[in-house]
Design a protein. Structure first.
Length: 118
């Protein structure tokens, strides 16, 4: 399974995603980030996809879809964190993933560790 997350400008939420990146059992990590974000730390499993969040929702979705299609391993689902970013960015990412098509398992990092919320 791969892990996918959006990184927005809301730095206070980055710790949630970093915690998942460091502890989730996955083959690859795909970070979709706003072009305004420049200092989010990544590891060796991470591929960063930079998008222009100022675009329309439809154009943003198409950019994400084009960038992710063919890069996911072919598993039926991905682990997804929506801890960072805004509603438009989340809708574009979810729509792109479902259009690939892959299923989505929402994941969160808590005091107990990695937890699935669906």
């Amino acid at each position: 399974m791969e892990f996918v997350a959006f990184i927005g400008e809301d730095k206070e939420s980055w710790g949630q995603v970093k915690g998942l990146m460091n502890r989730i059992d996955c083959e690859k990590i795909f970070i979709v980030k706003s072009k305004k974000v420049s200092d989010f730390p990544v590891n060796s499993k991470t591929q960063v996809i930079t998008v222009d969040s100022g675009k329309s929702l439809i154009d943003l979705k198409e950019d994400i879809l084009t960038s992710l299609k063919g890069k996911l391993s072919g598993d039926f689902e991905v682990a997804l964190s929506l801890a960072s970013g805004n509603g438009k960015e989340h809708m574009a990412l979810i729509s792109a993933l479902l259009s690939i098509p892959v299923g989505i398992r929402l994941v969160v990092f808590t005091k107990k560790g990695v937890e699935w919320i669906n």
